[in-house]
Design a protein around this ligand. Structure first.
Ligand code: TA6
Length: 298
């Protein structure tokens, strides 16, 4: 007997799937193969979906896990090797993949849970301004934990250099009470102070706008949320950099798809390959970027 239920749903202009198991509920959009929300039954959501999310074609939803690929953030801030890959005009923020429709390849039950695989066939030479041939796939595995793996296989004859991120929006009770553990002693780029290189001391708490690239990150980062009595563990592979973001008051007011106080209930830890951690794929080479999210009571 099937232990998962899969329903199709329309949210605004976007085709979505809602997947329910005995443990959890997951909502995924075809656009961007974007996980929009993830909630373990009996717990507050683990991934945050903005109350004012806009579900429109060509616009990434402020929620869940946007896939940033084949570059992260502002292309001009990327290493020259990443910039050189793009031959188009204006480069959209966070790359090309998050606003394209992906193809659902597989949805099947496996011993460990449900496997949902998407592909982006356009990445094999048909992305506007990006004439490289990469087989791009996203595997989402939902069992007692949620695992996502983004894999890039260079099928062309030349090397390809890319930056990327699984731009996870985590749900927290109140970001002002939360902290991120695992960053002590790491170097980070403070993008809000002219991209200065600084060093972290202790855990990261939030008292203002935050937008940092942490370098040489360990495999495990944790979010401690005392009010919800919860510790979220983010276990990453294929990544040595992480972006931590909260827009705080003024930036949140500027975002049409975030409530003015929406910043209080989210924080982004983005499993990334950015800065000195970008990926160069020789012909035939594959890179996999993955994370697993789990949670426990404090
Ligand atoms: O991850 C940090 C960041 O690059 C921020 O600078 C902020 O702009 C955020 O991503 C969201 O970007 P978006 O294009 O989705 O509004």
């Amino acid at each position: 007997m099937a232990t998962f239920q899969v329903e199709t749903e329309q949210h605004g202009e976007l085709n979505c799937w809602r997947i329910t198991s005995h443990h959890a509920e997951l909502l995924i959009a075809q656009q961007g193969a974007q996980v929009l929300s993830y909630q373990r039954l009996g717990e507050p959501p683990l991934l945050w979906l903005s109350d004012q999310a806009i579900f429109r074609q060509g616009k990434s939803v402020r929620a869940g896990v946007p896939v940033c690929w084949p570059w992260f953030g502002n292309l001009q801030r990327n290493p020259q090797a990443v910039q050189a890959m793009y031959h188009g005009e204006q480069a959209p923020a966070h790359g090309l993949a998050r606003t394209r429709d992906w193809q659902l390849l597989v949805i099947e039950e496996a011993p460990e849970g449900l496997r949902i695989e998407f592909g982006l066939p356009e990445a094999q030479g048909d992305l506007p301004g990006w004439p490289h041939e990469v087989e791009l796939k996203l595997l989402i595995e939902m069992g007692t934990q949620l695992k996502m793996t983004l894999s890039s296989l260079n099928q062309g004859n030349d090397s390809v250099t890319l930056s990327q991120a699984l731009h996870s929006y985590f749900a927290v009770s109140d970001v002002r009470q939360a902290r991120v553990e695992g960053v002590d002693n790491l170097g980070y780029i403070e993008t809000l102070a002219d991209w200065e290189l600084r060093q972290q001391h202790g855990a990261l708490g939030f008292a203002g706008e935050t937008d940092r690239i942490y370098l040489q990150t360990p495999d495990v980062l944790k979010i401690v949320d005392p009010h919800w009595n919860r510790r979220i563990t983010l276990h990453s592979t294929g990544s040595r950099s992480a972006v931590i973001w909260n827009p705080w008051t003024d930036r949140a007011r500027e975002l049409a798809d975030m409530a003015d106080d929406g910043w209080q209930r989210m924080l982004c830890i983005e499993t990334a390959n950015v800065w000195d951690d970008v990926v160069t794929l020789k012909p035939g080479a594959r890179h996999s970027l993955s994370f697993t999210i789990s949670s426990e009571a404090l």
